[in-house]
Design a protein around this ligand. Structure first.
Ligand SMILES: [Zn+2]
Length: 390
């Protein structure tokens, strides 16, 4: 066995932990670019904390899904304002944007020189400027990953900036920051978190560290996602989801994902749909197709045993099977009112392009078994329709 594991330099978890941000930032720099979501007023406590600790702050709000141009604008602002560290407070969009700006502050040129696929693909050789990540949703686990994802509308594609040095200097995971998240966002982001502890567990290159993170993440997400959806102020449920999300980020970054994320990357570039909602619509169908393909073509595959364990972990029943796990996920998707992909405008006519783009994704290559085109069409066809009709 060989494996490597990397994560944020320092992780601070707990209710109220975000109040330490200013004191920690003071040790890292003098002037922070503060990357927020659409509404920067939510960052007021953070700006106060920075200023009380003598750290200057320049706010850069990110509205909606960030594109490559968002990174260029943020980098320009940070350079003009002499920022020497970046602090992100928000969901995956704010975190990914801040992560990319921080690494661009120390590397020559701009983000287009380094992007995969559509850019120059150069290596980010210089260590990133200090980056602090404070997630306000429990989903992407971006505070524990080494990449940042951006939309490129002209290519109808998501593109990634990736480097080991992009891992945050400090991840502050404060579950209280997620209390105000609306139910529909709790559902979609929470399903992303759940997917991100299932896919690395059954993927082709898991390791004992990611296995432990995924098992604990599945247990917590399974017992708490419904509760957090029904009542966003249930502190214990929010805490479980924050743990699951963070563990998912560590797991995917050090193991890999699978077909759900292979498709989701392609679909996310083509349609304006939340990443977590795309994952949720796909997850039960990918699990079912993977199981069937493994049983038919590779009945002794290690991932089959792992799917049995997933069944036990998510249902909490020691006698549960892999198929029980699929049924449990399908019921959860229905209970959380996850819309079918048709509601974002996706039709069967899009399937060929999604399959083509998905086949090039690193996530697809980590799926436990290579799915046939027919199997992929079946998954997408079911995810387009309402799941209860599937
Ligand atoms: Zn995801």
């Amino acid at each position: 066995m060989r494996f490597e594991f990397a994560t944020a330099q320092r992780v601070i978890f707990g209710p109220g932990a975000s109040r330490q941000a200013g004191a920690l930032a003071r040790q890292a720099g003098q002037r922070a670019l503060v990357v927020t979501g659409r509404d920067p007023s939510r960052a007021q406590f953070l700006l106060d904390s920075l200023r009380q600790n003598g750290v200057g702050a320049v706010v850069f709000p990110v509205a909606g899904e960030p594109g490559v141009d968002t990174v260029l604008q943020g980098q320009t602002l940070a350079e003009k304002e002499d920022c020497d560290l970046v602090v992100s407070l928000g969901g995956g969009s704010a975190l990914d944007t801040g992560k990319a700006i921080a690494v661009m502050l120390t590397n020559p040129g701009d983000v287009l020189d380094y992007l995969e696929v559509i850019g120059g693909g150069k290596d980010l050789a210089e260590p990133s400027a200090p980056f602090f990540a404070l997630p306000t949703t429990a989903g992407t686990g971006s505070e524990a990953t080494r990449n940042a994802v951006f939309a490129s509308p002209e290519h109808r594609q998501k593109v990634s900036l990736r480097a080991p040095t992009m891992l945050p200097k400090v991840a502050i995971v404060d579950p209280e920051l997620t209390w105000g998240v609306p139910a529909a966002v709790t559902a979609s982001t929470g399903m992303d978190a759940l997917t991100q502890v299932i896919e690395p567990y059954v993927c082709i290159r898991p390791n004992p560290l990611t296995d432990a993170l995924c098992a604990e993440g599945m247990r917590r997400a399974a017992r708490s996602l419904r509760l957090a959806f029904e009542d966003g102020r249930q502190a214990a449920a929010r805490e479980d989801m924050a743990v699951a999300s963070h563990f998912g980020g560590m797991a995917l970054s050090n193991a890999g994902l699978g077909a759900v994320h292979g498709f989701a990357g392609a679909i996310g570039g083509m349609f304006n749909a939340p990443h977590g909602a795309i994952c949720a619509a796909l997850l039960p169908h990918v699990m079912e197709a993977n199981l069937r393909a493994l049983r038919q073509r590779e009945p002794r595959h290690e991932s089959l045993r792992r799917y049995e364990e997933v069944g036990r972990l998510v249902t909490g029943r020691p006698a549960a099977s892999a198929d029980d796990g699929v049924g449990w996920v399908r019921q959860l998707v229905s209970d959380l009112s996850i819309p079918p992909l048709a509601s974002y405008g996706m039709t069967e006519a899009d399937m060929a392009e999604i399959i083509e783009k998905g086949s090039k994704a690193g996530s697809m290559k980590a799926n436990p078994i290579v799915l046939t085109t027919e199997e992929q069409r079946e998954i997408l066809g079911r995810a387009i329709q309402r799941s209860r009709q599937a």
